[in-house]
Design a protein around this ligand. Structure first.
Ligand code: XIL
Length: 379
């Protein structure tokens, strides 16, 4: 049975792509520009993008790369630009994959995001051992000068600092903060602005809809502004579910950040279709859930009823984005298709999640079609 589903998927995928007007296809059935795509659909509202994995950047995943070029006009590197990969030891830099990432974006006329200059996670081990504030400041300085300098004029938007806040809006006790206090963040933005004055510089974090975290983010942005340090935007990651967050909270955050005079971006959008262990009473992430059918209910595909729910949730989300399109400059999905989503392995490993617009065969799902059919408010 699975085999036939797989075969059907391949046939449908090839039909979808034959209709795309590929330059290397024999005779395109329909010219490319007559087919509505995400990027053309939302062209008057915001740019629309996806995080790319290595196979997509290198175009070894040809189907994925081809779809990205058609649907999206902005890209983010899912992992390759993180400190542990691009600057693994104090004196070594691995630019080669990221150079290809930037080339991919330039060739295809895309808005190119750099993710991320400073993040406590996926950082090189030597940074966790630094205890001296002057040394930490010099390492941060070197990292930003080398990385942002290498891509000067080529990265359009930098996530300068990622996830610096706790849920209550106070500063996270990362090693950066433990050693330098909040000055590390100021230094990061100051240096990034000096190295690449034309890049858009943003602060990025998850749960930015939460009122307490929102208050912390507002304070963070205001502090930079009061000190005359350039910050252009706030990135709301948007790793959401079918039931949360309440879009009223999201809207209040959009309004609060826009009020500061900065742009709002949804930088890592996905909607999990699976049960979340943290929604269970007691909030205890139990090992017992791992691999249990209860926590992994759709290994063979998302049932129609759930496709409808996912489509409705995405439609509500995009209606809100469209309502505030004057404040929102970008919406980026965290991944391209369901098979490549990090949510197959987080917060529980080895599940089959269905959080994105394209299924495992890169075919558009009902959520894609529903969002494509939304009536956009006229400017
Ligand atoms: C995730 C990647 O998608 C995974 O492949 C990796 O194993 C862990 O990081 N917030 C972020 C992203 O800012 O960088 C994270 O990406 C997801 C959460």
């Amino acid at each position: 049975m699975r085999f036939y589903f797989h075969l059907l998927g391949i046939i449908l995928t090839s039909l979808f792509f034959t209709n795309c007007g590929e330059t290397n296809a024999d005779t395109p059935l329909v010219p490319t520009d007559t087919i509505p795509r995400l990027k053309t659909n939302f062209t008057n509202a915001f740019t629309i993008g996806a995080a790319l994995n290595e196979a997509q950047i290198l175009e070894t995943d040809q189907v994925g790369a081809s779809l990205i070029k058609k649907e999206f006009n902005t890209i983010t590197p899912e992992n390759n630009m993180k400190w542990m990969y691009i600057h693994p030891t104090l004196d070594s830099f691995n630019f080669s994959i990221c150079d290809q990432y930037v080339e991919f974006g330039r060739k295809n006329n895309m808005h190119i995001v750099g993710h991320a200059l400073l993040w406590h996670s996926q950082i090189a081990e030597y940074m966790n051992e630094v205890k001296d504030s002057a040394l930490m400041a010099s390492y941060i300085d070197q990292h930003i000068r080398k990385v942002a300098g290498h891509y000067k004029g080529k990265i359009d938007t930098w996530d300068v600092v990622n996830e610096a806040l706790n849920e209550d809006g106070t500063f996270r006790e990362s090693n950066f903060f433990k050693v330098m206090g909040p000055s590390y963040l100021e230094q990061a933005f100051r240096t990034a602005a000096e190295v690449d004055p034309t890049a858009t510089l943003i602060y990025n974090d998850y749960n930015m809809w939460k009122p307490e975290k929102r208050a912390g983010a507002v304070k963070l942005v205001k502090n930079l502004q009061e000190k005359g340090i350039k910050i252009d935007g706030v990135g709301m990651q948007a790793h959401w579910s079918l039931i949360g967050p309440d879009l009223k909270d999201v809207e209040n955050s959009i309004l609060a950040y826009a009020e500061l005079g900065v742009k709002v971006m949804f930088t890592e959008l996905d909607v999990t279709a699976l049960p979340n262990p943290w929604e269970l009473e007691g909030a205890e992430v139990s090992q017992n859930f791992e691999g249990s059918p209860f926590m992994d209910p759709y290994p063979d595909g998302l049932p129609d009823s759930m496709q409808v729910k996912l489509a409705e949730r995405y439609s509500d989300i995009f209606n809100l984005f469209l309502k505030h399109q004057d404040k929102i400059s970008r919406v980026t999905f965290w991944g391209v298709n369901d098979g490549g989503s990090w949510l197959n392995n987080w917060p529980i490993e080895n599940r089959t999640n269905h959080p994105l617009f394209f299924d495992r065969n890169y075919l558009p799902k009902p959520a894609y079609h529903k969002v494509m059919n939304l009536n956009q408010p006229k400017n």
